[in-house]
Design a protein around this ligand. Structure first.
Ligand code: DC
Length: 212
């Protein structure tokens, strides 16, 4: 079990994934992208049309590496790391992330992965990590940025995908609140921070919670 858990929530384009990975690297911690579990399950559902949700859970042979340099995602024998990042999956995933039984399944899976992590700590990123998955984490952060900056970071200004991303954020934020920091959660707004400064801010907060 990782002793030090850093929970990071936030919307797409906040810098959450790249910052979380870099923080994990610098601290020698594991890295868990919980969105990958939702994406892999969406892919599994699309590949098995007509299956009931319970059947999908039962046949979902999911594995994710906690190495921040190689966060590979497997479903059965197939490496789906690249495929789960496609627009096809992105546009399907919010639909399944809404389902309470899916959220319960993913919650249990994420907690099992955190417990099994044999590194000194782990950085866990998602939408409900600070509030639901790891509310007892040693450090909880909500990483945000203005909508314009989030779209620009994804190279999506004025495109159809920009509309998709906004729609997804709107849909996702109805399911779990990840735009407002819960009590005890540090808010890190990266609108005016570059990558290095965002990483430095998270590392500073690690020192704050460790040493006061
Ligand atoms: O961060 P991401 O784009 O890879 O997330 C994929 C989807 O999963 C998105 O619809 C939000 C959802 N998600 C969630 O509801 N809770 C999490 N902890 C992580 C992701």
């Amino acid at each position: 079990m990782a002793e030090f858990v850093i929970a990071i929530d936030g919307p797409a384009g906040s810098g959450k994934s790249s910052v979380s990975k870099e923080v994990a690297r610098r601290l020698g911690f594991g890295y868990l992208d919980t969105g990958a579990g939702y994406r892999a399950l969406a892919l599994h559902g699309l590949n098995n049309p007509g299956q009931e949700i319970q059947q999908l859970f039962d046949s979902f042979d999911y594995a994710i590496s906690l190495d921040p340099d190689h966060p590979a995602v497997m479903v059965g024998d197939e490496d789906v790391t690249a495929e789960i990042r496609t627009e096809r999956i992105a546009s399907a995933v919010s639909q399944i992330a809404k389902l309470p039984e899916v959220r319960k399944f993913q919650l249990e899976d994420a907690r099992a992965l955190i417990s099994a992590c044999n590194m000194p700590g782990i950085v866990v990123e998602g939408r409900d990590i600070t509030t639901v998955v790891a509310p007892d984490a040693q450090l909880r952060i909500l990483l945000t940025a203005s909508e314009a900056v989030r779209l620009a970071r994804r190279g999506l200004e004025n495109s159809e995908s920009a509309e998709n991303l906004k729609a997804r954020d709107a849909s996702d934020s109805k399911v779990v609140e990840f735009m407002i920091a819960a009590e005890g959660v540090y808010l890190v707004d990266t609108t005016d921070l570059d990558f290095e400064s965002s990483v430095a801010e998270v590392l500073r907060l690690v020192e704050v919670v460790k040493h006061g």
